[in-house]
Design a protein around this ligand. Structure first.
Ligand code: NAD
Length: 493
């Protein structure tokens, strides 16, 4: 297998660096790629390129929105052309099954198509009732150079919740992808050049958070940091951005709950809960990692979950039928396994799973079996911490009030699910839930028009939807004093 070699991408050119980050497959243990490791001076060069492309308004920021929309659309067409290649890179580097790599690429394109359309209609306002001698304009301007820092679990989708929206608004970008999964970000940057997006509009500096991430966050030439990743790193970024009053968007961790009432369509709920805890190996910010189930149906519901979980197919990235892949690296697998041990030690009941899987060709990978614990109480670690693995913690409740209190008993607030056939109950419970998204009788299903983001420690700001575009704009009020009328209007009877 050929090892993919990448430079960093600045001003529309590859820049090779002697220092490399090697990425080995989390499923096979073979070397997949060598990413150039950026340094502080590379961040300087990338910001300078992005600054130039932004400040010279004839390059990008001052073009008609329709021109930017067309350029973004040409770029998306090339991404569609290269779907298979991008899906393979995504699957190999993350460890997810190939069909999810394809799905992720397709969803990234869908986000991009919507964002491109928004470039036609960036909203503004006109204030026309402030006296005949005055006129007010309220306009939205692109924020400027956006530093984008992304995680490893959904490299393309987390990027496409930012990049096309920022481009549509007229911004330019310097991107720092995760050092573990930089391949697709570098590939799509080169495709942007092929599509005719001007040099300097998209720049990518791969490398570590400590060097590249810190340099980007502290750079005075960057107007905003748009970050997706852990709450811990998000807090550090927010503090550093505050020093320069830099704008910040933060998409952080989660601890979502699925609330299943006794009157739900239980068959669909079982499907939704299983999908919610195993998607992307559980490495998912809105993972349905907690199940709150009404006591009257709990025993039977858990039995059905266990039966359904036995049918989950674990597999290598190239396995077309696989449902669940490998965790991102050995250390993370050990962390997930230690959470499982803590669950047992703290007295939760292990219903299924609970260990590493090495049979059926998985021996070189970091595979953890889908794992369900029942009898989980709010003080247990399984209920509180973001585990980021295929682990479900089940807690029972007796009343609607108790269900809502349990769901909100977390520092996070990204998403929750509600399962009931009673629409009044669904809406009332949704109103009480402190999370940016609520799924009713489904889980993780959404549309590009709907904003996404967190309450509480799950983040600041919103991505997707019109809100996702507005995040990349500043509001300007222009108060215009008009001269004397050129023509006196005849006030004849
Ligand atoms: P992470 O916070 O460790 O890293 C995210 C990115 O930040 C990486 O590119 C990393 O190199 C960089 N980084 C690390 N230290 C930095 C620093 N000091 N300054 C600047 N950048 C730095 O997160 P991860 O382990 O890559 O991803 C998993 C986390 O991401 C989970 O907590 C998950 O919930 C979260 N996540 C959130 C969303 C969302 O939309 N809310 C989506 C996906 C993942």
């Amino acid at each position: 297998m050929t090892v993919r070699e990448y430079g960093i991408w600045i001003g529309g050119e590859w820049v090779d660096k002697a220092s490399k980050v090697e990425r080995t497959s989390p499923a096979h243990g073979t070397l997949l790629a060598r990413f150039s490791e950026g340094a502080e001076e590379d961040v300087d060069a990338a910001v300078a390129a992005a600054r130039k492309a932004f400040d010279n308004r004839s390059i990008w920021s001052g073009l008609p929105g329709s021109e930017r929309a067309k350029a973004i659309s040409r770029w998306l067409d090339l991404i569609v052309r290269d779907t298979e290649k991008l899906a393979k890179i995504e699957a190999e580097e993350v460890g997810k099954p190939i069909r999810f790599g394809r799905g992720e690429t397709e969803w990234a394109v869908e986000l991009g198509r919507y964002a491109a359309a928004l470039a036609y209609q960036i909203p503004g306002d006109l204030v026309n009732n402030i006296g005949d001698a005055n006129l007010g304009l309220v306009t939205r301007e692109p924020r400027g150079v956006i530093g984008m820092i992304t995680p490893w679990n959904f490299p393309l989708v987390t990027l496409f919740q930012k990049l096309p929206f920022a481009l549509a608004a007229g911004c330019t970008a310097v991107i720092k992808p995760s050092e573990l999964t930089s391949g697709t970000t570098l590939e799509i940057a080169a495709l942007a050049k092929e599509a005719g997006i001007p040099d300097g509009v998209i720049n990518v500096v791969s490398g570590s958070g400590r060097t590249v991430g810190e340099a980007l966050t502290g750079h005075p030439g960057v107007d905003m940091i748009s970050f997706t990743g852990s709450t811990q790193v998000g807090k550090r970024i927010a503090q550093r951005c505050a020093e320069q009053m830099k704008r910040v968007g933060l998409e952080l961790g989660g601890k979502a709950a699925n609330i299943v009432f006794a009157d739900a369509d239980l068959d669909s709920a079982v499907d939704g809960v299983v999908f919610g805890y195993i998607l992307n190996q559980g490495e998912e910010c809105v993972q349905g990692t907690r199940l709150l189930v009404e006591e009257a149906i709990a025993e039977d519901f858990i039995k059905q979950l266990v039966d359904r979980s036995k049918k989950i197919r674990m597999g290598l990235p190239e396995d077309e039928q696989a449902d669940v892949g490998a965790l991102i690296h050995e250390q993370h697998m050990e962390k997930v396994l230690s959470y499982i041990k803590t669950g047992v030690d703290e007295g939760a009941k292990l219903e299924i799973g609970g260990g590493r899987l090495t049979d059926n060709g998985l021996g070189k990978g970091f595979y953890v079996a889908p794992t369900i614990f029942s009898g989980v109480t709010p003080e247990m670690t399984l209920f509180r911490d973001e585990i980021f693995g295929p682990v479900l913690a089940v807690t029972t409740f007796k009343s609607v009030e108790e269900a809502v209190a349990l769901a909100n008993d977390t520092k996070y607030g990204l998403g929750n699910g509600v399962w009931t056939k009673d629409i009044d109950k669904a809406i009332q419970v949704s109103r009480e839930l402190k999370s940016g998204t609520v799924y009713v009788n489904t889980f993780l299903e959404t549309s590009v028009q709907m904003p996404f983001g967190g309450f509480k420690e799950s983040g600041v700001g919103r991505e997707n939807g019109m809100d996702g575009l507005l995040e990349f704009t500043e509001v300007k009020s222009t108060f215009i004093k008009l001269g004397k009328r050129a023509l006196a209007l005849p006030h004849t009877v």
